[in-house]
Design a protein around this ligand. Structure first.
Ligand code: COI
Length: 355
């Protein structure tokens, strides 16, 4: 640790490392964590000194508000290793800014930049050996904040814990992704917390997604809660539709997460000369386009999911399989984005930040 950082962060050394027990070739998403984590508590109206310490369980009061009212937010980010063994984060300031927007919406304190950004750099630097080279390998970064103050009165907590854990990752989805278009359940509503990365947005999807899984679908594509006619997002990823040679994705709103991969793909598509329109696609329009052959591709975009092609969708009683396509936009954009992430191509956007 640099001396400057030592004044900002406390450090507790781990006695051992788990790294030699990990099978890096056969990782399932989000199950293995590195040796260290970053923890910073908010108490008495101020952030305490952050500490980088061995990964270990927390002890919390059973009445802590996170358990009762779900006052919890998180982020999903990744770091990548280049051929020179340098490690790079992808657009961390976007996640930092979104994290603090989520914090405001959930009535939680904003996290200072030195805790979030410098903390990530220090933590990842310490864990560089957990980041493997080569496309497909990454270090998934999970910053989160929970309400740790005790008492079951339904009011915001006065005490919080910000924490960052790291997990070596390969792909999130393996194989075909088939989706079910929601016609009853909703993920979010106007005026709600759909745009925040709030824990409850994810647990609220578990039940409808379980029902979809039982029918053979990996994900639900959510539609607007008021009419169920507009295609919105897939919960673990934003969605893009290619109709003829134009790419469409829904505008962000109260109900849709402002995805970092989503906005990166929009910028990349424009740079690559692909027509992109940010507007709602109607379910009827999608079904019609699938039937007349103008629907060429659907794909999801997210940090964990990267760019995940969707092979078919079910709407009400009908399943429509998309024809296989050569020279897909999804493959091209994925290639371009990952080339930037792994420093294979020049990052003309300035998206990558060295650890
Ligand atoms: C991410 O892509 O990082 C997400 O947060 C989605 C998550 C539910 C795995």
């Amino acid at each position: 640790m640099s001396s400057d950082i030592q004044t900002k962060f406390d450090f507790i050394k781990a006695n051992t490392s788990k790294i030699n027990e990990v099978d890096f070739e056969n990782l399932t998403f989000g199950n293995v964590f590195t040796d260290y984590m970053l923890v910073c508590d908010f108490k008495n109206g101020a952030w305490e000194k952050p500490v980088i310490k061995p990964y270990e369980p927390f002890t919390l009061d059973p009445s802590a508000k996170v358990f009762h009212y779900g006052q919890a937010i998180f982020e999903g980010m990744k770091a990548y290793k280049d051929e020179n063994d340098d490690v790079w984060m992808f657009r961390p300031y976007e996640n930092f800014s979104r994290f603090n927007k989520s914090a405001v919406r959930l009535c939680m304190p904003e996290v200072p930049e030195y805790v979030f950004i410098d903390g990530l750099k220090e933590l990842i630097n310490l864990e560089k050996s957990w980041v493997k080279k080569g496309k497909g390998n990454s270090l998934y970064i999970r910053p989160f904040m929970i309400a740790i103050g005790s008492g079951v009165i339904a009011q915001p907590s006065t005490q919080y814990r910000f924490c960052v854990i790291l997990s070596p990752a390969k792909s999130y989805y393996s194989g075909d992704v088939k989706v079910l278009i929601a016609d009853y359940y909703s993920r979010a509503a106007n005026g709600g917390i759909g745009a925040a990365k709030a824990a409850g947005n994810y647990s609220g999807q578990f039940y409808p997604t379980k029902l979809a899984n039982e029918q053979g679908f990996q994900q639900v594509i959510w539609t607007d809660d008021a009419t169920h006619t507009k295609l919105e997002e897939a919960g673990t990823m934003n969605v893009f539709f290619r109709i003829n040679d134009t790419l469409y994705t829904a505008p962000t709103s109260d109900r849709i997460l402002d995805g970092v991969t989503r906005k990166s793909l929009i910028d990349l598509a424009k740079r690559e000369g692909i027509a992109v329109e940010v507007r709602s696609v109607l379910v009827d329009e999608l079904v019609e386009a699938a039937k007349n052959g103008s629907l060429k591709e659907i794909f999801g975009a997210g940090t964990a999911a990267v760019v995940s092609p969707i092979s078919g969708f079910q709407y009400k009683d009908e399943y429509i399989e998309l024809p296989k396509i050569e020279n897909s936009f999804s493959a091209h954009l994925k290639e371009k984005m990952t080339n930037i992430q792994y420093k294979i191509e020049e990052d003309t956007f300035g998206w990558t930040v060295k650890v």
